[in-house]
Unconditional design. Structure first.
Length: 262
């Protein structure tokens, strides 16, 4: 991959204010892409956009709630106006929570699905027609190893990420041969605020110390460490390159070998 291999490409990153989204935005900018960053937290995306501009890039922050169809429609319109065209979509916005299935409130189930699955669907629906018309496009959905297997107390989260993976594969089949690819990345525990919240939840539920809660998480990973957001970003950006044009409807698993794609 050349340093400016995505020069001139317009990229939209949801959940772009921190964690994987911010890391992906930085890496895309390093490859020459122009960025629109979206999230509910305006100060966070404004900070990342400002950082990218300070580094010589082009970046705009657009406040968006991906669970709101009107908000996503407005985001896609503004992104197309700012960028000229949305060539790359990184669906990274997501939330997590944990509860036994029998105690999972319907409202929380629906919230997880609206943000993790429906939000990605809405953004994809907004940009796919233009990508197909131009004959070039890349969509990368940030799923999770929870999209590949179930687990205790993650029924709502895992179901929403399974749905995202199914959407990825179905959309990929529809755009095959059109110059557009749709893929997913499935990381394990990443060093992000979402994982911090998971650790805090374990502490509250079990009275474990924070370090012991982290050790309990790491015990499920063969690498014995949290994945860096930059590692996930590197896989995302690779899938956006011309060299990855033959990869479509696939899942890149980043968990150190604990999970096999199915």
């Amino acid at each position: 991959m050349s340093l400016m291999s995505l020069a001139g490409r317009g990229a939209l990153v949801t959940g772009g204010g921190r964690g994987i989204g911010a890391a992906a935005a930085r890496t895309l900018a390093d490859r020459g892409a122009r960025l629109v960053l979206a999230a509910r937290s305006t100060p966070e995306i404004e900070a990342v956009a400002s950082e990218l501009r300070d580094r010589g890039g082009e970046a705009w922050a657009v406040t968006c709630d991906v669970s709101d169809p009107a908000s996503v429609e407005a985001l896609c319109d503004e992104a197309a106006e700012r960028l000229g065209a949305v060539d790359i979509l990184v669906n990274n916005a997501g939330v997590a929570s944990s509860a036994p299935v029998v105690k999972l409130a319907l409202e929380e189930w629906e919230r997880l699905w609206r943000i993790n699955a429906t939000g990605a669907f809405l953004a994809m629906r907004g940009v796919l027609p233009g990508m197909a018309e131009r004959g070039w496009g890349r969509i990368v959905n940030v799923a999770s190893i929870a999209a590949l297997r179930g687990g205790r107390y993650m029924g709502g989260y895992a179901a929403s990420k399974h749905a995202l993976l199914g959407l990825t594969r179905s959309a990929a089949a529809e755009v095959a041969g059109a110059g557009v690819t749709v893929n997913a990345v499935c990381p394990g525990y990443v060093d992000t605020p979402m994982t911090d919240a998971t650790i805090e939840n374990i502490v509250k539920r079990t009275d474990l110390a924070e370090t012991d809660a982290l050790d309990a998480i790491l015990a499920t990973t063969p690498q014995g460490r949290l994945i860096a957001p930059e590692e996930v970003a590197a896989s995302i950006v690779f899938l956006c390159e011309d060299e990855a044009r033959g990869i479509n409807g696939q899942t890149v698993v980043l968990d150190g070998g604990a999970t096999s794609a199915v």
